[in-house]
Design a protein around this ligand. Structure first.
Ligand SMILES: [Zn+2]
Length: 83
């Protein structure tokens, strides 16, 4: 591994574990195409069933584990991400 900033090979790699909630965020495209009509429809048709589901402990959100690899240059301190 070579630092893209100073071309040094003195680079540390580390794996970072990132936990995100899958339903926590939607993209702007999603909101433009689906969100503006889907959310009110969902509210009308699914709020009551969802409340019943909540009573039985049904969980809508799911935790997603994502691992990303970060490189840190020991020479200049520059850090970047590899996929
Ligand atoms: Zn560097």
């Amino acid at each position: 591994m070579i630092c893209p900033k100073c071309q040094s090979s003195n680079v540390n790699t580390q794996i970072i574990n990132e936990v995100t909630l899958k339903t926590a965020h939607h993209s702007i495209i999603w909101w433009l195409l689906i969100g503006w009509w889907w959310v009110p429809v969902k509210w009308i048709f699914f709020t009551v069933p969802a409340l019943i589901f909540k009573l039985f402990g049904h969980k809508k959100q799911r935790a997603v584990n994502r691992q990303k690899t970060m490189c840190v240059c020991q020479q200049c301190g520059y850090s970047w991400r590899i996929r």
